[in-house]
Design a binder for this molecule. Sequence first.
Ligand SMILES: [Zn+2]
Ligand SMILES: [Zn+2]
Ligand SMILES: [Zn+2]
Length: 460
Amino acid sequence: MSSVAYVVQPPMTAKCPTRWDIHARCAVRMPDEEIDLPVGTWLLTLPPAENGRSAPPHYRLADGRVICLDDSLTADQATVLTDPQALVALTAYQPLEQAVLEEWGLWTEQIDPSAPFRLIRCPLCGGTAFTTVAFSEIWCDGCHAQFNVRYTAGDPGFVVDCTMRYLQYQDTHYLIPRNEGLLLTMVFKNGGDPFDMNHTSQCHRQDCSEEQTALTDGQDSPLRAGLHACGLGEVYSWSFYGHVPTVYQYERHEYHELLWPEVGCFDKHHIDPEHSRGGHTEAWPGTAFVSVTGFTREDSQNMESAAAMLQGDNSKNPSRDTLATVLQTLAARPSQAPYVNARSSWPHRKYLAEGEKYLLHRWLLQREKVDGYITAVPVWLVVVDTTEDRHSHKWQVVGDNICIGCGKPMTSADLDMAVNRFRPWDTPHGHCRKMWQQYGWRPTLFGAGTDGAPSTDEGR
Ligand SMILES: [Zn+2]
Ligand SMILES: [Zn+2]
Ligand SMILES: [Zn+2]
């Protein structure tokens, strides 16, 4: 079908079409903006909707924008554009969606007027450069975290998931086993246009004015710096959750060595006696996996009964207790991957000093009373890279004081206050106390007193 183009005669106004008009599957509505069409504006008629829905007539401007009018143009509103080169130029333009369909065979649905990867930053390395392969996979150029975009449950906006299957440890701030079960999710909804820097009557922030538009700082938000902060709508920062990794894949992980400090660096009340010989080393990420049995509830109960029978047996068989212990251990082991609740502790990178990273060291497990399922909370360490050559990876532990409740580093003053003060809600980590008790956790603090304890200064 050959398109017809027009030149506007008297100036007129048009409307931005709604998303419904452009693509019936997207319920996202574009802002109801009015567009002025001065004398001489070129308009290319667009074919009517393929799905047969009635829609106002649509036209495309020379810059690619699509507009709609209440009724088709009449002879006294516009003349037919006849310049053949102008017609070629107007019809040669392809919107991104059309080009992707023709070149890649993919329908593109724009999920929000603001594209997700122009707004977010990578939660693992803080990077803002993302790459796609054949529009089917997106990863962070820095640390190779992978991303997936979804619709919200009905509101305009988007949901982004971040996974760590191919995480590169050099650039990330977080050392996490490469796995499929753990993820981070953020939500952006009911937002305006954060790229529109105009101060308008819609601006709601105290710090936004004609002279200085309020901008995001990129610090405490999943979004990058320099966006108009009034145009954000509801933003829910990255939530860390999923399932504990259970199957250690050797091909995915090189050998990493975790070096614990010599005894004396730690508060001796909190150190695990097993580690008290100093300079203790561990293999990582093995510590961050949990073995599971696949047993049913009945299997576990049978094993517990068998262990009890063995212990009740008075015959002098020396292997009896050993066998009973093995059975008890297996019966107590999770049958399937423990669940990591939404918003599990995810320490903020602003507390890291130069060269430091967070390392997911291990999981604390708890059997829920209601349904018997096992939940897990992560224990994070602060480490620095002490690798000397290309063939090994060595991480020196410099902090084991990341609160399992809120993910903030703890000082011994925080600990004293949280444990000894009567009103928990007005002390740092006051609300985390319950969780420490549930999971039997205590921080291991450097030095015996407050001296040398890592600072929790917010401005760091
Ligand atoms: Zn990254
Ligand atoms: Zn503003
Ligand atoms: Zn806390």
